[in-house]
Design a protein. Structure first.
Length: 599
């Protein structure tokens, strides 16, 4: 691998479950820019069964568009020389369903959740969580392990020096199930042990002969400490060396790359952490795909990722309907439509996943479904992104009253600085205003929050690039990847419809605006990309915009391709129950934000 200063031309691919995307990154003058892109269907399944075919096709498209010769047959030319070759080739992958794992912990709410966070942070889909107290009978646990056929199992449990009986019990279930891996017949299933150090000899005795057992540091060495990074690094290594090596064509692909292939979600998580660290901000990111929705958060220095494997906009769209319920989807619509028609459209999308809306009504229905998919996924994320459970917190009499704080969600919306959206329904919305509105409705930001969207879903490429060249990854992220939409100001609290929730003063490029925001009202002010506005916000009693109930706040807000949105609908967000009132309100909001041409 060349040192960063020598990397002037980089080709990066992301092998997704349906599409392989390639981007060319070049040093233009003194900065790095994304210059050309290509894509091709992923070829991990029959009839090709060779992931490199899709990679070569995507790179050939980049060659044709850029005029740069990158391939010599099936070889990537390195290093770059004029208009020939590249200095590095890097890749991420979620082809073949990504990394599918099962995790096991002694107690479901403690080591079970720590194991889940470790696996999710490494880019895995967690198929199930086994625990000694999960209320399943031994034969049910064994049958479940056999039936799921994960790519890998993470076994944890017990603090160092604590009990080993629970860990032994879980190891016995895994040994009895003797699961066969999903990919590859001739290799042993990787089992990563990250539990009580005292139980290592017994775990080795029970699993060492049957599985590819790897031992790493305990996830919960003490109740007060969670140590996830060693396990996450081992999961990614095992994914690369064992799981990926069995997938069709991956051995060849791994021989081409300049740095190890990274699971797509892990790469997106990496760039999220890089953004948060560089700007010293709290970030929530979402990637809504056809089959799954990934949610990422960085609060303080704590990174969390969850994957809602059952919520997506094509393959999993019926699950969104089942879990959100048809009334919750239809509450966002302003026109008459038969319930059966909506159900039929949803089923059509599931069986024809590559179709896109052809009419305005279809677009509105799709965007209504996306609001619910995003809301459900974010609710799941908040449940898992919590402080450590089981920690004894009584330090004094005063602390005894704080005992309920254990296990509280780390997601504090008033402390959130930025939301980053990604995925087709957000990145390719006909109007950027629609992307911003979907994220505001789904995430319900509080106070002052900046909102942006990934232009063409290049965050995975940049995540793996940040491992080898952080400067290039950051420059491309800021200049070419992110579409900055604007700022949302939303007071937290509830008020009667029509009551004043906030008075405000805005200085928009020398133009002074002084007005009030009423309950149930949304307002929109154009504020261009790179522009800022001085704001003075005076919330009414019981409302909070960041300084506390009824307390004034002053600051500077950033603009974007959409601008500044004032959301007076209150938090939590509640829509009118009456159908006519609700439709009138949503039509009013759509007009205020200029979402659709007919409203």
């Amino acid at each position: 691998m060349a040192i960063p200063d020598q990397l002037r031309v980089i080709i990066a691919t992301d092998c997704g479950s349906t599409t392989t995307k390639a981007i060319l990154i070049e040093k233009v003058g003194d900065e790095y820019r994304q210059t050309f892109r290509g894509e091709s269907p992923t070829t991990v399944e029959a009839p090709f069964e060779d992931v490199t075919r899709g990679v070569l096709n995507a790179i050939q498209e980049v060659e044709e568009l850029s005029g740069r010769k990158i391939l010599d047959g099936e070889r990537i030319i390195t290093p770059a020389d004029g208009q020939t070759g590249v200095d590095a080739y890097i890749s991420t992958s979620s082809a073949g369903g990504g990394l599918q794992m099962m995790v096991a912990g002694a107690v479901k709410a403690m080591t079970g959740e720590s194991a889940q966070r470790a696996a999710l942070g490494a880019g895995a889909i967690v198929m199930d969580v086994l625990a000694t107290n999960d209320k399943r009978l031994p034969h049910e646990k064994i049958e479940r392990i056999r039936h799921l056929r994960p790519d890998m199992i993470l076994l944890s449990g017990g603090t160092d020096g604590g009990t080993i009986s629970h860990v032994e019990e879980l190891a016995q279930y895994i040994a009895a199930a003797d699961p066969k891996p999903r990919l590859g017949i001739g290799y042993r299933l990787p089992v990563l042990y990250a539990g009580n150090v005292d139980a290592r000899p017994r775990v080795s005795e029970m699993l060492g002969q049957k599985m590819e057992l790897v031992v790493t540091d305990n996830l919960r060495p003490t109740l007060e400490k969670e140590n996830l990074m060693p396990a996450r690094l081992e999961i990614q290594r095992l994914f690369l060396e064992h799981v990926m090596a069995q997938a069709p064509g991956y051995k060849k692909l791994m021989s081409w790359t300049s740095t190890p292939i990274m699971p797509t979600p892990a790469a997106v998580g990496k760039i999220m952490q890089t953004i948060a660290k560089l700007n010293n901000i709290n970030v929530v990111g979402v990637d809504i795909g056809g089959a799954t929705t990934d949610v990422f958060s960085v609060f303080g220095e704590v990174f969390n990722r969850t994957v809602s494997a059952n919520y997506g906009m094509s393959y999993s769209i019926s699950n969104v309907l089942a879990d959100a319920g048809l009334p919750n989807i239809m509450r966002w619509l302003t026109f008459d439509v038969d319930e059966r028609d909506v159900r039929d459209r949803i089923k059509n999308k599931m069986i024809r996943p590559t179709t896109i809306p052809q009419t305005l009504e279809e677009l509105k229905i799709e965007q209504a479904i996306s609001r619910e998919a995003l809301r459900l996924s974010f609710d799941q994320h908040k449940l898992l992104a919590v402080g450590l459970k089981g920690v004894q917190q009584e330090r004094s009499i005063a602390d005894a009253f704080e005992q309920g704080q254990t296990g509280q969600s780390l997601i504090k919306m008033m402390e959130l600085h930025m939301i980053v959206g990604s995925g087709g329904v957000l990145s390719h919305a006909p109007r950027r205003n629609q992307s911003m509105a979907m994220m505001i409705d789904a995430f319900c930001p509080e106070g002052i929050t900046f909102i942006s969207v990934d232009s063409i879903f290049m965050m995975p490429h940049l995540g793996v690039l940040s491992e080898v060249h952080p400067q290039a990854a950051t420059e491309v992220f800021e200049k070419d990847c992110m579409i900055y939409l604007g700022t949302c100001i939303a007071p937290r609290g509830t008020a009667k419809p029509g009551a004043k929730v906030m008075s405000y003063r805005l200085n928009l490029g020398g133009k002074q605006i002084e007005d009030t925001l009423l309950s149930g009202e949304m307002k929109f002010y154009p504020l261009g990309l790179g522009k800022t506005a001085e704001v003075v916000l005076s919330p009414s009693r019981g409302m909070d915009v960041g300084a506390g109930s009824g307390r004034e706040i002053q600051g500077t807000v950033r603009g974007g391709v959409v601008g500044l949105v004032l959301d007076g609908r209150g938090r939590p967000l509640a829509l009118p129950d009456n159908l006519a009132d609700r439709r009138a309100k949503i039509t009013e909001w759509n007009r205020a934000l200029q979402l659709y041409p007919d409203e």
